[in-house]
Design a protein around this ligand. Structure first.
Ligand code: ADP
Ligand code: TYD
Length: 188
């Protein structure tokens, strides 16, 4: 089974992914917690673009995310076949919502054809002015998409591109309240 967490930067995706992984492990499940961009070579290159160390065109970045995901999907499928629960901190809905800011959505969907549809997707919705404040406090520098106007559009895009079994969660609450709702949606 694949569960994905999606949403705009600083919405609490990493926090909630970890909490869900720990909770499922405490119930005796074997969990594989993973994220995109990955820690692989393509993921590392993407991180350099996000930190604005290197500049590539939007289409190239979209292809890099899709390539990173092809490799990631192989690992995810292996884990699912072993009976593990895979939790991914971002997956292909991020490409649909972020890359369609400037690129044709149909093309973005097409280059992601060799990915799989998650069994369950949580889209955590936190107002960008709130999440940007969290990002500033985290103090890791401001990355490529971390601007108010862009994040507002991306946030609306998530509503438009949502696919499959999707649950929208209000992220503008305490970590515990948000996680309470995530946990309630897991029917195991
Ligand atoms: P993301 O992975 O979506 O970028 P993180 O989980 O890394 O977000 O959270 C970004 C920052 O905000 C972290 O410092 C985290 O501790 C904090 N944070 C996460 N969720 C909440 C919340 N519900 N309320 C307040 N702060 C939060
Ligand atoms: P991430 O490290 O999760 O950022 P944060 O912790 O701030 O949420 O994600 C990296 C950035 O890459 C984030 O701005 C979202 C973006 N992104 C895309 O544009 N397309 C994608 O397909 C993915 C997976 C991420």
């Amino acid at each position: 089974m694949l569960i994905a967490f999606e949403g705009t930067d600083g919405s609490g995706l990493s926090t909630q992914s970890k909490l869900l992984a720990e909770w499922l492990e405490s119930k005796g499940y074997t969990v594989y917690l993973t994220k995109e961009p990955t820690t692989g070579e393509i993921g590392k290159l993407i991180r350099r673009v996000l930190r604005k160390e290197i500049e590539v065109s939007d289409a190239t970045l979209a292809l890099l995310f899709a390539a990173d995901r092809v490799e990631h999907t192989k690992i995810i499928v292996e884990r699912i076949e072993k009976g593990e629960i895979v939790i991914s901190d971002r997956y292909r809905l991020s490409s649909y919502a972020y890359q369609s800011l400037t690129l044709d959505l149909e093309w973005v969907v097409m280059i992601n054809r060799y990915s799989i549809t998650p069994d369950l997707t949580f889209v955590i919705e936190t107002p960008p002015e709130v999440s940007l404040e969290r990002i500033k406090q985290r103090n890791n520098g401001i990355e490529l998409f971390e601007e108010l106007e862009k994040l507002e559009k991306i946030s609306r895009n998530f509503r438009k591109v949502a696919e499959g079994n999707v649950v929208f969660i209000d992220g503008n609450r305490s970590i515990e309240e948000v996680f309470g709702e995530v946990r309630d949606k897991i029917l195991i």
